[in-house]
Design a protein around this ligand. Structure first.
Ligand code: DCP
Ligand code: MG
Length: 487
């Protein structure tokens, strides 16, 4: 089944929504040119016979107290994107056809959202509650009829033409209602005395093709209720990647890891900005002798967090024998899909699902900080220059302690905050997430510094919840030269 969604008096409704003084008044949205024509008229203005494409002076003649509002295309485009996002939440097959209309094929969406009529009602409701706008929806087994149906009970209409009702509707359907009928075709059909699609059935397909060309053949098919056109979602971008040719070739694994992390985060950010998720991650390495390799891995559950991308990229990287120095390093994602596309949720979420969602939440929070304050405010801790003070040495006793922190502690922020605290207090060591959802940290410094860090662990980062802290002395720990986040 196909839905056709069309907003009611779109530009005018948006302006009436945003400016209460315009409500219930005859309003036209009009370009500000000398020979201005009406873009659209509010339903109040339509009662005076005012419609799209009418010259403004004529509209004024018809209604003396007409309110004229200038076009704000940027705003309508923004609202349009919000509308399309709502519709895409109900079907992966959405085809936007103009700024205020779209087709959605809901054939496969019954289990998730119910029958087509229920889906249409949910879309109408969500557009109304989220965007304070009304739309009209047509439901039919084929595209052209869905479009005709959406226009049948405007504004705020919902019209369902079932398979059974189709022959009767087609029989009575005036041919001027068919999208794409030009003036010439109309004239010729007048000559043939064709006024409805039912009349078309009096002729055969060859005759109509001869008289009306390609359109004649289509007209005959439509009169039989056949419309081969499918809902075609706009082609998504196929992949997103980030790569750099390094200033100097590198061979250090940890250095390469940091670069992979930076690329992964950039790609993740790009995905989220475009409201996409990916199901495949790849890495690209060019060695100093210009030989190049790529490795990729597909995953079942779509991801968009930089950290999830990084983990896959790193696991691919770890499998590459590093015999030569690296000249270029890159991370890419593909098998992209809209983040709004409904996914079949598993009854029992796969292991790590919650953790993945937490990363995404953190990433989205970081994205908004980026947008508000600019790029330099937040960066993954390992990418920030380390400012830890030199380790307490020269006669002073150093102590090493391993700490296991459990509770709601996993996520980038917890580790970043631990790193910040460690740098402030001046300890060295590391912090990392463990597979069992606890955080492991090793602190090295004077007993006083280590004690301060241990105390810090009991409170932890804001928005975390520390349930348990277990400490263990590490008398034979190696010397750490800085504090770092480990993966
Ligand atoms: N539009 C325009 N010029 C036209 C026709 C339309 O600028 N000649 C713009 C203004 C409309 C928007 O496109 O608001 C959507 O066009 P529609 O044909 O869907 O008309 P409306 O949404 O305004 O009204 P309706 O309730 O009839 O759909
Ligand atoms: Mg409309």
């Amino acid at each position: 089944m196909i839905l056709h969604i069309d907003m009611d008096a779109f530009f005018a409704s948006v302006e009436q929504r945003d400016n209460p003084e315009l409500r219930n008044k005859p309003v036209v949205i009009c370009s500000d040119t000398q020979r201005a024509v009406v873009s659209t008229a509010s339903y109040e203005a339509r009662r005076f016979g005012i419609h799209s494409a009418m010259p403004l002076f004529q509209a004024r003649q018809r209604c003396r107290h007409l309110v004229v509002v200038p076009v704000d295309m940027e705003k309508y485009a923004r609202v349009s994107r919000q509308i399309m996002a709502v519709i895409s939440g109900f079907s992966p097959l959405v085809e936007p056809v103009s700024i205020d209309e779209a087709y959605a094929d809901v054939t496969g969406c019954k289990t998730l959202f119910g029958p087509p009529e229920a889906i249409a009602m949910q879309i109408k409701q969500k557009i109304l509650t989220d965007l304070s706008l009304t739309c009209s929806i047509g439901i039919a087994p084929v595209k052209f009829l869905a479009k005709i149906a959406s226009d049948m009970h405007k504004p705020d209409g919902l019209t369902h033409i079932s398979k059974e009702q189709m022959p009767a509707v087609l029989k009575e359907l005036p041919i001027e209602k068919i999208p794409g009928v030009g003036n010439r075709a109309m004239k010729q059909m007048g000559v043939l005395n064709i006024r409805t699609l039912g009349d078309v059935q009096r002729f055969d397909a060859q005759f109509l093709s001869r008289k009306l060309g390609k359109f004649g053949a289509r007209l005959f098919q439509l009169s039989c209720g056949i419309d081969a056109s499918r809902v075609q979602p706009r082609a998504l971008r196929k992949s997103i990647s980030s790569e750099t040719t390094l200033a100097a070739d590198i061979s250090d694994f940890h250095e390469a890891k940091d670069i992979l992390l930076a690329h992964s985060r950039r790609v993740g950010r790009d995905l989220r900005k475009k409201n996409l998720v990916c199901r495949s991650v790849s890495i690209k390495i060019t060695f100093s002798d210009f030989t190049r390799i790529t490795r990729s891995r597909k995953i079942d559950e779509p991801i968009c967090s930089g950290e999830a991308i990084f983990h896959l990229a790193l696991s691919l990287f770890e499998q590459v024998p590093l015999k030569k120095r690296i000249r270029l390093l890159g991370v890419g994602v593909s098998h992209l899909q809209s983040a709004d596309a409904p996914v079949q949720m598993a009854l029992i979420p796969p292991a790590g699902h919650r953790r993945k969602k937490q990363w995404e939440t953190v990433d989205r929070a970081v994205d908004s900080i980026f947008e508000k304050f600019g790029r330099d405010m937040v960066a993954p801790a390992v990418l920030k220059p380390l400012t830890a003070k030199p380790l307490a040495k020269g006669g002073k006793m150093t102590q090493s302690m391993k700490v296991l922190i459990s509770g709601k502690v996993q996520g980038v922020f917890f580790r970043m905050e631990t790193l910040k605290a460690a740098q402030k207090i001046g300890v060295t060591g590391y912090v990392r997430n463990r597979a069992d959802r606890s955080v492991e940290a090793v602190f090295q410094g004077t007993p006083d510094q280590v004690a301060q860090m241990e105390k810090w662990c009991h409170t932890g980062a804001p928005a975390s919840r520390v349930d348990r802290v277990v400490t263990e002395d590490m008398p034979s720990a190696p010397d750490f030269s800085a504090f770092e986040i480990r993966y």
